[in-house]
Design a protein around this ligand. Structure first.
Ligand code: ADP
Ligand code: MG
Length: 231
């Protein structure tokens, strides 16, 4: 479970200005849920996403975020939290780090010190999970956008996360690529029980989530099933 309590986030600029990006956000995400997050540009969605895996942490007095009971403000918990909560961003080209697909997916587990036999298993399984079995030796930059984004998702899955946070993962993809990614997310959630937190601008992608959260000017302003929220 991810619990967000009274979370505020303020960005401070050099010239003394500040932006209140999150204001009093409270929410709970249970394991196995498929959550959608919507809201206009600048409403705080990406800032919230970064709090889920301790890329950002609450300043003192600005609330707290607990991932399976681990507090993101605790430096000793950050490593564990980052393994539990995988992140995928909009641009797959910025997330692919190696010249061969299997090396790219192995990068995370290698940094964890996972033994090489297990890394091979993890790479093969992750490629299976994203519908790209057999693509181990492919060259990432020659893949389609949808395939690249699925390689990025496989890289996150190789860390064996319980939660996968995707910040506008389809925004740079063509309709076919978007469908591939959405189908992958649905399967991961339904068949593997991976908790999905999907930030997107595409209404049609939000129709199928279990629960939809709507952000506006740093606040969580609506929460419910898509039918409830769209009404
Ligand atoms: P969204 O993802 O919904 O577009 P963000 O979380 O990116 O919203 O941004 C929320 C607010 O915080 C916006 O006003 C944005 O300009 C500001 N912001 C985001 N990142 C930074 C940053 N690194 N420094 C200063 N302000 C930022
Ligand atoms: Mg954003």
């Amino acid at each position: 479970m991810i619990v967000v309590e009274n979370l505020n986030h303020t960005y401070a600029g050099t010239a003394g200005w500040t932006v209140a990006a999150l204001q009093g956000v409270n929410l709970t995400i249970k394991k196995g849920e498929f959550i959608g997050i919507a809201g206009r540009n600048g409403s705080g969605k990406s800032t919230l996403a970064k709090h889920f895996n301790a890329l950002l942490v609450p300043a003192s007095g600005n609330g707290r975020v607990l991932v399976d009971g681990l507090d993101t403000r605790d430096p000793r918990a950050v490593w564990e939290i980052r393994q539990r909560v995988g992140m995928v961003f909009a641009n797959p080209d910025n997330q692919i780090v190696a010249p061969v697909v299997e090396e790219d997916i192995a990068f995370g587990p290698e940094n964890l010190g996972v033994p090489s036999a297990e890394i091979r298993e993890r790479v093969d399984k992750a490629l299976n999970q994203v519908g790209m079995a057999g693509c181990q030796k492919r060259v990432p930059h020659l893949l389609s956008g949808g395939q690249k984004q699925r390689v990025a998702i496989a890289g996150a899955l190789a860390m064996r996360p319980d939660y996968l946070v995707l910040d506008e993962p389809t925004s740079m993809l063509d309709p076919a690529g978007r469908q591939e990614v959405m189908q992958t997310l649905r399967q991961l959630n339904a068949e593997q029980g991976v908790t999905i937190i999907l930030i997107t601008h595409h209404m049609e992608e939000l129709v199928e989530v279990d629960r939809l959260l709507v952000m506006d000017r740093g606040r969580l302003v609506r929460e419910g099933t898509p039918a409830e929220v769209f009404q």
